[in-house]
Design a protein around this ligand. Structure first.
Ligand SMILES: [Mg+2]
Length: 256
């Protein structure tokens, strides 16, 4: 069985529209018997909303159990002493924390931890409250530190920009959970992923996820953030798009 860890934005779709050829290639990959797990640093959607989004855009059915998000990776870090937690983020962060089963607080003075993701309605008050909690000793976790993310209108500030505002105000850097960090790898292994091909459009997150992992191999696609020049020598394969990545996966049984 071939395992594939697939990024979403810049790989399967961009700004709500499928990347040409990607839906057909995804069907071909699944029909081959490969197991596909979707791994996204987008913390705004819950896993079930992310799965519904994949289905809506590509027409290929996807289940929440096939999706791991950076918000879930962040929630997986919290242990008994880290609750209640103060979330700074959207539905994806809150739902991942709720699913992890601990208490959520909106009061900085009560927070044993602060979990920060992308929040597109971030307020000055939220930055101040989170910074207060971190300064008072709360555990500080960021879903991811992607500085930006691609939108149809260009690059928009990402979770890294939100976390940085709090980090500067608090004088402390966060632990980071999403790709390429260990919490995300651990969630993927918990799903039974072994020796996967990792397909993505970013070097610092997707390609780096496969770095230093025995048997993991990366395929960089050029439909998102990174260019061929940036990818050569860093990724195991550099291809034009997802359809070409599927050709690599289906055509090669051996590892680079
Ligand atoms: Mg991407």
């Amino acid at each position: 069985l071939t395992d594939v860890v697939c990024d979403l934005d810049g790989v399967l779709f961009r700004g709500g529209a499928p990347i040409p050829g990607a839906p057909q290639a995804l069907r071909r990959l699944i029909a081959s018997g490969a197991r596909v797990v979707y791994a996204t640093n987008n913390s705004t959607r819950s896993a079930s909303r992310a799965a519904a989004n994949i289905t809506d855009i590509t027409g290929v059915p996807a289940e929440a159990s096939q999706v791991v998000t950076s918000a879930q990776a962040a929630a997986s870090l919290l242990t008994g002493d880290d609750w209640p937690t103060l979330p700074v983020g959207e539905e994806g962060v809150v739902s991942a924390l709720e699913a992890a089963g601990g208490a959520i607080t909106r009061r900085p003075s009560e927070a044993a931890s602060v979990v920060v993701g992308l929040d597109r309605s971030l307020s000055y008050e939220a930055i101040a409250g989170a910074a207060d909690a971190v300064r008072a000793g709360a555990r500080f976790v960021a879903t991811n530190t992607d500085p930006t993310y691609p939108t149809p209108a260009g690059l928009a500030p990402g979770a890294g920009a939100v976390a940085a505002a709090i980090a500067v105000a608090a004088g402390r850097q966060p632990e980071v959970a999403g790709k390429p960090h260990p919490p995300m790898r651990k969630l993927l292994r918990a799903l039974g992923v072994t020796s996967p091909w990792v397909i993505g459009d970013r070097l610092d997150t997707d390609v780096a996820l496969a770095d230093n992992e025995e048997g993991w191999a990366s395929i960089l696609v050029l439909t998102g953030v990174a260019s061929r020049q940036e990818g050569e020598g860093r990724a195991d394969r550099v291809v034009d798009d997802f359809a070409a990545a599927v050709d690599v996966v289906l055509g090669e049984a051996t590892r680079p």
